[in-house]
Design a binder for this molecule. Structure first.
Ligand code: PAF
Length: 287
């Protein structure tokens, strides 16, 4: 089918798949696909017969001072990459299809959204959960795949699916990294060469904290100091937060265990980056 922009056209195809008993997966994206997104397609392919990739830069999840206008877009390239990787359909509705005039209802997250990204980006998770809920209703998938790089987003989507009684399997896919460890992100294109070098301090710091934990350190505050010291020597990197948290509600912990997550957010020059490590897994996706 290739590219579909209309909800009615998509639903027609969805009805035909239902009649054939086909298992459908959804990979929600904001486009400008990179290898991280393509691994989501791989994970979706393993779990379904038909993979749908949605491409929609969601205005509702950007704050007024954020990069909605500059966010990189290239729908034709996205279509080609997704189809080459095995997606059957690229669902790319326009903003007025997603949010027709008069559309007001929003999904309000609970306390899990109050800290970290939710605090740094007021309203962000209302936008994310609202658009993901709409995409779920429009595409009616059996499975939906999301990257672990946006760890809090993944936790909130799992919670939404559970709290709203959807029978959708939510799959978290490990972060994909550049060979030097930088977590892949569509926003990496904003980095200058010098900023990109300093951005490596984020994955480097998480790796150091992981090594300390493997060596027996379980104090959250000590791990936080390890991360902070590694990042603070880089003049272009301004740390926003270091979260040493439990994996479900993302509440701070005093002592970590194998399920704990360390998440960081920083501005590298003008670009805001996030990264995290699940202690059990190490620096996921590191090559
Ligand atoms: O992770 C993203 O790219 C976006 O937040 C998502 C899940 C596609 C919702 O717009």
């Amino acid at each position: 089918m290739g590219l579909v922009t209309s909800v009615d056209e998509f639903r027609e195809a969805r009805r035909a798949w239902a009649a054939q008993g086909v298992r459908v997966s959804l990979v929600p994206t904001m486009g400008y696909l990179h290898e991280g997104h393509l691994r989501l397609i791989d994970a979706a392919k393993e779990r379904s017969d038909v993979v749908v990739v949605s491409v929609f830069v969601n205005p509702l999840q950007f704050g007024p001072e954020e990069d909605y206008d500059q966010y990189p877009r290239d729908l034709e390239r996205d279509r080609r990459l997704a189809v080459e990787r095995g997606a059957a359909v690229i669902f790319a509705p326009d903003a007025d299809v997603m949010y027709p005039a008069g559309s007001e209802i929003r999904v309000v997250p609970g306390t899990t959204a109050e800290r970290w990204e939710g605090l740094a980006r007021p309203g962000h998770f209302v936008g994310v959960l609202t658009v993901v809920a709409k995409l779920f209703h429009m595409t009616n998938p059996h499975v939906a795949c999301f990257g672990q790089k946006d760890y809090q987003q993944l936790a909130l989507i799992r919670q939404m699916v559970r709290d709203l009684n959807w029978s959708i399997e939510v799959v978290g896919v490990p972060t994909v990294r550049e060979p030097d460890g930088l977590a892949m992100s569509s926003r990496n294109v904003y980095l200058s060469a010098a900023e990109r070098r300093e951005a490596l301090s984020l994955s480097g710091a998480l790796s150091e904290a992981h090594a300390a934990w493997r060596a027996g350190e379980s104090s959250a505050s000590t791990l936080e100091v390890i991360v902070r010291q590694r990042v603070e020597v880089c003049p272009s990197v301004a740390l926003e937060y270091i979260a040493v948290v439990d994996p479900d509600r993302l509440e701070p912990v005093d002592r970590v265990d194998h399920r704990s997550v360390i998440a960081v957010a920083a501005r590298v020059g003008p670009t805001r980056l996030i990264d995290n490590i699940i202690l059990r897994d190490g620096l996921s996706g590191a090559t």
